[in-house]
Design a protein around this ligand. Sequence first.
Ligand code: ADP
Length: 326
Amino acid sequence: MAKDRIFSAVQPTGDLHVGNYLGAIKNWVKLQNSGKYDCFFCVVDYHSLTGDMDAKKRHSQVFKTVAELLALGIDPEKSTFFIQSEVPEHTELAWIFNTVTPMSELLRMTQFKDKSGDQKKNINVGLFDYPVLQSADILLYKATHVPVGQDQVQHVELTRDIARWFNNRYEDFFPEAKAKLTEFPKVMSLLNPEKKMSKSYGDAHVINLSDSPEIIEKKIKKAVTDSGKGKAPGAENLMMLLKSFADKGTFKQFVEAGKKGEVRYGDLKKAVSDSISLYFNDFREKREGFLVDEVKTRKIMSTGAEKARLVAIETMDRVRKIVGVR
Ligand code: ADP
């Protein structure tokens, strides 16, 4: 029997951070290594055109994101790993999906509301339409499972709707995809723990996986904790980070102290930064390796795109016939 298919992606809008890792990428590696799924992972550079980044920066950021994902354990022998713009069928399918998607449904997307608030001077049509391109990314491979963070669940639901709208209008062709969440699907910002950790709020809000131990310590020292008894969102976020990155004994020690109301935030912060630094030690080294060996890294990506295109071409051949353009 064919394995269930997974698709997920990340935008090359900045260095990967702990939110991306705990919400999605850690899960990608786990699902890939389970051997139970046929995995497709992608760096979605066309999506990043909806933001303000300049072309030169984008070009280098795509490469950095690729190097970081490889260093985290995305294995091109086990997964199909590629860059979106190297498979032009993504944008072609997005156009077809545009024509079955009601505008009123896109207006409901909370990410559009958030993102247009963040870039008030550049509310472009692409920003409005990006969930449709995202649906095309997923359905081009007829993926049924989409490992993402909480913020993307609404878009995966839209993907299901788009499959249904297409199937009802033409014929039953696309499967219905489901989001797959992790234990911590929403990592909060260090400085504003009411909001998700996101690179769009600024560097001090996020811990990048490539941050040096000194920077991690500095950022976590400034994290908002609140003065409650470990129940406040900032402190909860730090406990969640500790659970994810520290050894079980250390975590348990802080849980016990929390029950007695004896957690000293200075100690908690030190434990969190030490554990994160240690956890990504190996990653930092591997990342350098992939960045330095640019020719090899780029070859991995072109091979990945060739593999992805085999599936993409087959889907689009069928879709063009189904909608009556060929
Ligand atoms: P965007 O910035 O448009 O949300 P990204 O490309 O940065 O998208 O996100 C890549 C993945 O990381 C997505 O699956 C997203 O849900 C997840 N993610 C991003 N931020 C967080 C966060 N703070 N907590 C958990 N998951 C997150």
